[in-house]
Design a protein around this ligand. Structure first.
Ligand SMILES: [Ca+2]
Ligand SMILES: [Ca+2]
Length: 389
């Protein structure tokens, strides 16, 4: 270790110096990534609304990609059927991919972010009352009118929604820092069903839900108890924890001593980004996609599905998971494709990842629903049928 550590810190400093105008490790909070710092604002020829827009993908992937032009700050999206909702510079946008019509759903002057949709219900975080609260609207209304769903001091944000099950992160207690972050949930169909699942001095973030199970990234075992924006490989060692609503008990997905973040759950299968075993330090040039089926325990229960070399932390995004297929944002390895990022898919049971769609700009988010994947990033938004392999 004596010979490794100085090298590690030298390398960490080097990364920090080279990347001084960007967050060293913004992976704990999507919304902390300043768009102008990490996203290419140049026109993206691959997403221009021309008939030839898709042809650049033909040689590398047979999947048909539908794309619409979006702004350089487009981020965070959700999908239900043909509808895709995302935040574009604080404005919530709605795209009906069946008719290729898109329009603003919630327009400033406040910032609307983190939209989720289930059925005709949309929930999002909005700071129009001074800090972020959870707001909701019904797409069947004309026009859909936002209503306050869950206010309170501090920020309430990062909602996830499956059916009527809502989960979010709330920093309700003063001084409302990440240390006060807790996981909250309620059933939208059941009055007075709100529950606070955590109560501690550590940061919880990036929740996801499937059925009775909720997972999140937890900083209880991290030296700083919360995400720290430094390029120190010994910091930010978050784990993946969860809560079973059926039994009202917590569970551990992984507490490996290295860093795990950005979990997604589908049924009893959980995937996340993982930095265990990556040498030499720092960890900031690579990441791995890991999986565990919750019924499996023991040394082989946590398995690596994919690995990607990428020195820009803004690429570390939450994988999407449905029916044992994981879709994640990474650097395509296809030579000469011109793609900066792409959607790659891999089966939970293993095998080589395949390219689903490529982008000439840096993608921000991916979701999968009903065998379709949707993605958004700098000047790029698309939806593609997910073909299995
Ligand atoms: Ca609030
Ligand atoms: Ca906490």
């Amino acid at each position: 270790m004596r010979s490794v550590l100085p090298l590690a810190f030298l390398a960490a400093s080097f990364v920090s110096a080279c990347d001084s105008d960007a967050p060293a490790d913004p992976d704990a909070r999507d919304t902390d990534v300043s768009p102008e710092e990490v996203r290419d604002t140049s026109p993206d020829p691959d997403t221009a609304p021309s008939p030839d827009a898709d042809t650049t993908l033909v040689d590398t992937t047979p999947d048909t990609v539908t794309r619409v032009p979006v702004g350089p700050r487009a981020c965070c999206l959700s999908m239900e059927g043909d509808l895709v909702i995302w935040s574009d510079d604080g404005v919530l946008m709605l795209w009906d991919s069946a008719t290729n019509a898109f329009r603003p759903l919630v327009s400033g002057p406040s910032i609307a972010k983190d939209p989720v949709i289930a059925g005709r219900t949309v929930i999002f975080a909005d700071n129009r009352l001074g800090d972020f609260d959870l707001w909701t609207l019904n797409l069947d209304e004309t026009p859909p009118t936002p209503r306050l769903l869950r206010g309170g001091p501090g920020d309430q944000d990062q909602p996830v929604l499956q059916g009527t099950r809502l989960v979010w992160v709330g920093r309700d207690l003063a001084p409302h820092t990440p240390r006060e972050a807790e996981i909250w949930t309620r059933d939208l169909a059941v009055p007075d069903s709100e529950k606070q699942l955590t109560s501690d001095a550590y940061e919880q973030t990036q929740p996801d839900v499937s059925g009775d199970k909720i997972v999140w990234a937890d900083f209880a075992h991290s030296p700083d108890a919360m995400y720290i924006d430094v390029s120190d490989p010994l910091r930010n060692n978050a784990d993946i924890f969860g809560w079973d609503l059926a039994t009202s008990t917590p569970f551990t997905v992984t507490d490996d001593p290295s860093k795990q973040l950005r979990p997604a759950i589908d049924g009893d299968t959980v995937v996340w980004l993982d930095w265990r075993g990556i040498n030499p330090e720092p960890k900031y040039s690579e990441f791995q996609v890991f999986v565990r089926r919750l019924a499996e325990t023991g040394p082989n229960a946590e398995r690596r599905l994919a690995w990607s070399s990428w020195s820009r932390p803004e690429l570390w995004r939450r994988p999407a998971l449905e029916n044992d297929v994981v879709v994640f944002i990474a650097e395509p390895t296809t030579p000469g494709s011109g793609f900066v990022t792409g959607l790659l898919a891999v089966n939970v049971d293993g095998g080589a990842p395949w390219l689903v769609a490529g982008s000439t700009s840096v993608l921000d988010s991916v979701v999968v629903k009903d065998r379709h994947a949707a993605f958004v990033g700098a000047s790029a938004l698309g939806r593609v049928e997910l073909r299995l392999r």
